[in-house]
Design a protein around this ligand. Sequence first.
Ligand code: XMP
Length: 511
Amino acid sequence: MQHDKILILDFGSQYTQLIARRVRELNIYSEIHPFNKIPTELSEYKAVILSGSPMSVRSEDAFHPDLKGLRGEKPMLAVCYGAQYLAHFSGGEVAESNTREYGRANLSYVKEGETFFKGITEGSQVWMSHSDTIKTLPTNGQLLASTHDVKNAAFKIEGETTYAIQFHPEVYHSTDGKQLLENFLVDIANVNPDWTPDSFVEETVDGLKAQLGDDKVVLGLSGGVDSSVAAMLLHKAIGENLYCIFVNNGLLRKDEFSQVLEQYKGMGLNVKGVDASKRFLDALAGLSDPELKRKAIGRVFIEVFDDEANQIENVKWLAQGTIYPDVIESVSATGGPSATIKSHHNVGGLPDFMKLKIVEPLKALFKDEVRRVGASMGMEQQLLGRHPFPGPGLAIRILGDITSEKVRILQEVDAVFINGLKDAGLYDKVWQAGAILLPVNSVGVMGDERTYEKCVALRAVESTDGMTADWVNLPYEFLQKTSNDIINKVKGVNRVVYDISSKPPATIEWE
Ligand code: XMP
């Protein structure tokens, strides 16, 4: 990599990923590594950030890595636990705090004119979240700023380029947090902020060319953002040697298979559409347990994909749209919070194509960065801005067993809802939306006739990563029109409800 890199040592804070994202928003590449797996080759890193932690430095089993090669040798910014760590193990004192040190606080400077606080006016809001506090600064510590309740809110170590703060610059509520990170990284650590989506594309494509040569690569497209952007990068690198497979499992949105396939072809991809709807529906017949449904879909997907991949002569690589959060979770010191989401993807049994070598061009990127990279390659917003859609598709939105008639009803309902959101300019304000077909019939009246038909639920949520979510306050007029349209247009439905549960305690999907 031709860019300056930042090492973020993770002590398990819920905010560590946010630090990496803020740094990257400054066009600076950063990598998270667990505190107990510090990379051996440190020369690659221009500066270090120590994260916060749920742990106390005073506890017997406090995380206490050896910072040889880092401390005093590279510019270091220690955040929260990181700051307490520097104090506690280097001649200072950390104690349990007896005042409130959560939430908003305001900075007052003890030492004026510090580059560290360049452009940040006194009184700037910062966000605190700790139960320990630094009573005494470490050896050579020099106090820079305090807040009302926290005397030692920011300090530096004389004779080193080491800075420490008790607050969290990475959270949005720290108003000037990004400026502070920029001051530290650009002005103090002399990092060059030149890591941009364009440079990522250029370097990744060059790297893929060198890695893959004339080898053939197979990739499963899902219609989602990650696999599509991964495909475009590989296409730029190896052209026709990338063989894309787009499987219709019969559980996609209405007309999605044909539309997305056309879109892929329009992008110049060497893509084969495989309509395996019947195979999937046959495998699902009679199954109503959500996990059994997922397993059946996973199994058939592998069979179909394996059949197709085997027809490509001499294929050597399997490309995947893995992104950075998946990678961090699998190496995290404390176990990632989204372990449960990943269990959704468990499929079991090693298929033939697993013997292929794996190439993952997006594994350094967060989701929003994937979108920006896609945009910089000229990919359409319509594809990049799509809501997430689960792999098992409508199967987990049809509660209970699945029939082709139920799929048809749900596809119609979903299309009315999603197109309605687009027409009303609401689609991009919602993180994910869809309809759920409930296993209940209810009584209604249409004209002079009594009906006994299906009930559907609509779900629209706001979220940043799917881990937590809240229902969206859609305008009543919109809900009213959507409900009317669904009941009038979709035969078999006579009742529409809107899901107003947050996650937690509910999940986004009903199954
Ligand atoms: P939940 O329902 O766990 O969903 O709140 C969180 C996010 O994960 C998606 N999801 C899945 N994605 N296979 C997937 O690929 C699955 O089995 C699966 N189940 C849930 C869900 O759509 C939401 O974005």
